[in-house]
Design a protein around this ligand. Structure first.
Ligand SMILES: [Ca+2]
Ligand SMILES: [Ca+2]
Length: 85
């Protein structure tokens, strides 16, 4: 299950970890995660999943405004964390 990666991290320091991961994955530093950038994340997350297929599922699940990119807010809400007000 691709969605299983979402429950991977514990609540302790989750926001901090997510922010670190986001900026780490955001190679071109535009504060949006594209499919290409998510591939490397999914590749390192679990070897048994198919990166291509799962990135699509991940984006479809998290991309609320359907621009095929994950913003920081979408990233947070996707992992069950509320973005900073
Ligand atoms: Ca980016
Ligand atoms: Ca989006």
């Amino acid at each position: 299950m691709c969605v299983a990666i979402l429950g991977q991290s514990n609540s302790m320091g989750k926001v901090h970890l997510l922010l670190w991961k986001f900026t780490h994955l955001d190679e071109n530093a535009d504060y949006m995660l594209e499919l290409r950038e998510l591939h490397s994340f999914l590749k390192t997350t679990k070897k048994s999943i198919h990166p291509k297929k799962c990135s699509r599922t991940f984006v479809a699940y998290c991309d609320k405004d359907r621009d095929h990119k994950i913003s920081l807010n979408e990233w947070y809400s996707c992992f069950g964390v509320k973005g900073k007000e």
